[in-house]
Each structure stands twice: as structure tokens, then as C-alpha cells.
Design a protein around this ligand. Structure first.
Ligand code: DC
Length: 236
């Protein structure tokens, strides 16, 4: 039997990363943050002076950049040319540029191939030693892993998402994590980025067979528990 695949989608600020990491930790699975693949592409382009308007050059960057994803749910990180860039990936500069990558359809296809390879590796071996993977993003339940054992769309009322992002330090606003940003700036960042991303991928309504988990009134622990229960039900 191959490893378990849990696919989790949802908009900014819904708590996907926190919940996905904890689900992976509890079940002994690896953790794949697909948003990080978009973010590291943006960073690599910025460093190499690749213009986001030159879509083919962005795709070439995806295919040539030297990136390692470490899938440990307790301490996930990303290496670009051997340098730990996880904090930089959350920076203002990357956050405000990343939609240029996520709306580039060829880049999405190339990043999607990479994400599928990671998932395929984790169900056979890899960091999880074949136990499997929790993959989170916007199109995991629909495009990247539509055959996943568990497919969940996390939602929450927009104001709740803005408040959750504010509690994290408000990097969605275009401010460095930890630097004060007003609620209005955070709201504009969260909702603005969702509006751009939803032009290329639907992450607001669940596809057939995908379970919607409305977390508006749930604690992190309750959301984690709900997904862990689904996983246990998927492989009794
Ligand atoms: O989840 P995040 O904020 O790190 O995502 C970064 C960007 O990548 C954001 O613009 C959404 C986009 N994204 C996507 O289009 N598809 C995914 N599977 C993951 C992220």
C-alpha cells in the first residue's frame, strides 16, 4: 500500500499552513507548501533580474532554478542555491510579486509537474518514508492531486481571515512579517491577492468530492481534528 495523500486548498489567511502542518505532524506525514514553490520562483526571478512580464523567462526559471524543499512539518524550509530563504519568501517584496507567477499559466504547469513529482516521491519513500504527504495550496484538490485520499477546502468568513493574518504579523499587507500594518492594509492585501489568484484557479467553492471545512467558528485544534478524522476514515 502506498502512502496517504491529503490535499488542502483555501484562500489566504484561512489557516491552511498551520492546520496542514499539524495534521502532517500528527499523522507522521511530510508537508508540502505549494505556495512556497510560487514564492521561491518569484524570489529567484527578482534575484536574477527576470522580468515577470516575460512569461517564458519565468517558466525557464522554474525549470532551471536550484531549489530544495524540506518537507518536515515541524520545521519546513526552502533552500535556493543552498541558502535558507524561508523568511525571505514571506517578505513584502515577494508577497507583492508572487501573483505574477501564480497567474502565469505555463509557470503553473511547470510548478504543477514539480509538485506532483514531490507527492509521488512521498507516497513511495522520501522524507515521509512512504507514509505520505499533506499538500496545501489553491488547486491541490482539483488539479494537482484530484485523486488524493482526503480532499478538503478550508473556508472562513473574510473578516476572520483578515484577523487571522493580522495576528500572524500581517505580511499579506505587503509589510515585512512582524512590522506593524493596519487592518485596512492587511484586508487589502488578503482580499486583493485572492481576487488576482481567483482569475486562474477556483478555491472558493468545493469541486465534486471535496469536503468544505468552514473554519469560521473552529479553533485550530478543531480544524486539525476534523481533517485527522477524515484521514482515519479514508484508510481504516
Ligand atoms: O499560500 P501562499 O500565500 O504562500 O501562496 C503564494 C501565492 O501562490 C498566492 O498568490 C497563491 C498562489 N498559489 C497558487 O496559485 N496555487 C497554489 N497551489 C499555491 C499557491
Amino acid at each position: 500500500m502506498t502512502g496517504l495523500v491529503i490535499a488542502i486548498d483555501g484562500p489566504s489567511g484561512v489557516g491552511k499552513s498551520t492546520v496542514s502542518r499539524e495534521v502532517a505532524r500528527r499523522l507522521g506525514l511530510s508537508y508540502l507548501d505549494t505556495g512556497a514553490t510560487y514564492r521561491v520562483t518569484a524570489l529567484a526571478c527578482m534575484r536574477e533580474g527576470v522580468s515577470f512580464a516575460e512569461e517564458a523567462d519565468v517558466v525557464a526559471m522554474v525549470e532551471t532554478m536550484n531549489v530544495e524543499l524540506v518537507l518536515d512539518p515541524v520545521n519546513p524550509f526552502v533552500l535556493l542555491d543552498g541558502e535558507e530563504v524561508s523568511m525571505l519568501l514571506r517578505s513584502e517584496a515577494v508577497t507583492s510579486a508572487v501573483s505574477a507567477v501564480s497567474t502565469n499559466l505555463e509557470a503553473r504547469a511547470a510548478l504543477g509537474r514539480w509538485q506532483r513529482e514531490v507527492i509521488a516521491r512521498e507516497v513511495e519513500g522520501g522524507f515521509s518514508e512512504g507514509r505520505g504527504v499533506v499538500a496545501e495550496g489553491r488547486d491541490i484538490t482539483t488539479v494537482i492531486a484530484p485523486d488524493a485520499d482526503v480532499r478538503v477546502l478550508m473556508t472562513a468568513h473574510p473578516e476572520v481571515r483578515v484577523a487571522r493574518r493580522a495576528a500572524e504579523g500581517g505580511h499579506e499587507s505587503g509589510h515585512e512579517a512582524g512590522v506593524h500594518a493596519s487592518i485596512a492594509q492587511i484586508r487589502a492585501g488578503v482580499l486583493g491577492r485572492d481576487a488576482k489568484d481567483s482569475t486562474v484557479v477556483n478555491f472558493t467553492t468545493a469541486a465534486d468530492g471535496v469536503i468544505t471545512l468552514d473554519t469560521t467558528d473552529l479553533t485550530i485544534d478543531e480544524a486539525v481534528g476534523a481533517i485527522v478524522d477524515l484521514a482515519r476514515g479514508a484508510r481504516p
